[in-house]
Design a protein around this ligand. Structure first.
Ligand SMILES: [Zn+2]
Length: 452
């Protein structure tokens, strides 16, 4: 049985204690799935706007949880490692020219299977390449697969190395799992040499909200990372920069990498931050109190799916003449939410309750110009899973595939508000048209894929 202890920390960035719970989190359970855990809320700090879990799982005290919450039966180490290997060349493309590789003699990667550390060792055989990872299974894997990597079974919070002896510390998707990121980054600051580099890579820009779908063909946005259960802190670009600055770093560069269309991660965006230790002439860290960011963060969690849906529906109406919409649904509450988003466009909408026994195109729906069939259920309609569009020229599936044990279409929160956690996207776009926030195309290393 996986057990964990909770504690009640101050805000991991600014240290304040005023916070507002926004949605319940989920955590890895005995079954290997993430399930809703009402005792812990994804909360916003009312001083700095950092989104974090409260109360928080105490990773140091909860060894069993810390070991198993990431690599488990639903996220096998072998599969994860294979994916990391496939990501290596893409990450190398980003980092090869951006880091002073010739002066990197010791590199630490935090939280992984060892694939990246082995890649670094292969590129620079004279450097020592270190993995710090809390899962014993992942460490065993690393030692067997990558004996050239120095593998330490530890959480970075307690890892010890001589001060100033490291030239590169990387966090690929792992910073948000740290319980005390500020203290840990301060320790990284001390570990790094004067010109050493800190690299933080956060998947799916902004607050980790995923933007692609099954087979990379179905457009959807949902708050999967909130239901994935691993993160303790959810960063925005703003809060990530403040965290790094407050720990004593100077941010050298940030960029967004859109992974290539032909890759398995088509649609994934990775946000990179590269920093070094602050020097006397560098600007000081900015103040942490930020009322505007509090409002932004709060709105992101509570309204993101609606805002994404509104933008996508607007794009749909811009894309073609529409005189009638057929909407397939399986949940009346979600249907009504979608109807509310479609209504301002003034087109008649006919609704069809999904018949799971006969999930074909609904009776009376003809494939003709001006008629659009939208599927707001997670069940495939037409032939094959989620490919209604392939058979029916004007049809589109608009929500994410269903997953076991996680949020449904919405989550009811403490104050009685209902938060919709799955967007309704007839059209996918990776740019600012879908996201309520800037995604600067000029930052893209890999070319952006065309919209679906
Ligand atoms: Zn705060």
């Amino acid at each position: 049985m996986v057990t964990y202890l909770l504690h009640e920390p101050a805000c991991p960035l600014c240290g304040h204690h005023d916070r507002e719970p926004l949605v319940p989190t989920v955590k890895f359970s005995d079954h290997g799935y993430a399930t809703v855990l009402p005792a812990v809320s994804v909360s916003v700090c009312l001083n700095c706007g950092l989104i974090h879990e409260f109360p928080q799982v105490n990773l140091v005290e909860s060894k069993d949880y810390t070991e198993k919450h990431y690599y488990n039966q639903t996220n096998r180490i072998a599969d994860h490692d294979a994916m990391q290997r496939r990501l290596n060349p893409l990450r190398w493309e980003v980092l090869q020219s951006r880091l002073p590789w010739s002066s990197i003699n010791r590199a630490i990667d935090v939280g992984a299977s060892g694939a990246w550390s082995a890649w670094v060792k292969q590129q620079h055989p004279s450097a020592s390449s270190v993995l710090v990872e809390p899962s014993a299974e992942a460490i065993a894997w690393c030692r067997a697969e990558y004996p050239e990597v120095e593998a330490h079974h530890a959480i970075i919070e307690t890892y010890r190395d001589p001060v100033g002896t490291c030239d590169l510390i990387t966090f690929f998707y792992s910073l948000y799992m740290l319980s005390d990121p500020l203290e840990t980054l301060r320790r990284c600051h001390d570990l790094l040499s004067e010109e050493g580099r800190l690299v933080i890579c956060i998947s799916h820009v902004l607050l980790e909200t995923k933007i692609w779908g099954h087979g990379r063909v179905v457009p959807w946005v949902d708050m999967e990372f909130f239901v994935r259960g691993a993160p303790l802190v959810y960063y925005s670009r703003h809060s990530l920069a403040r965290m790094v600055e407050t720990a004593g770093f100077h941010v050298l560069e940030t960029l967004v990498d859109q992974l290539p269309t032909e890759s398995e991660h088509n649609g994934r965006q990775e946000y990179y931050l590269i920093a070094r230790r602050r020097k006397p002439d560098d600007p000081p860290a900015q103040p942490l109190s930020a009322p505007e960011h509090v409002a932004w963060s709060r709105s992101f969690v509570l309204d993101f799916c609606r805002r994404a849906s509104e933008k996508s529906v607007a794009l749909l109406f811009q894309s073609r003449p529409i005189n009638r919409i057929h909407l397939v649904y399986d949940d009346a509450i979600y249907r009504d939410w979608v109807l509310d988003i479609l209504r301002p466009h003034g087109v008649p909408v006919e609704t069809h309750r999904l018949d799971p026994a006969n999930s074909g195109i609904p009776d009376g729906v003809r494939d003709e110009p001006g008629v659009v069939l939208l599927n707001s259920s997670p069940v495939a309609i037409g032939v094959g899973k989620f490919n209604a569009a392939a058979r029916h020229a004007h049809a589109a599936a608009c929500v994410a595939p269903w997953k076991e044990g996680q949020y449904g279409y919405y989550a009811d929160v403490e104050n009685g508000k209902r938060v919709f956690t799955k967007a309704f996207l007839p059209i996918r776009d990776h740019g600012a048209d879908i996201f309520p926030f800037d995604v600067h195309p000029i930052d893209l290393v890999h070319p952006a894929p065309a919209s679906v």
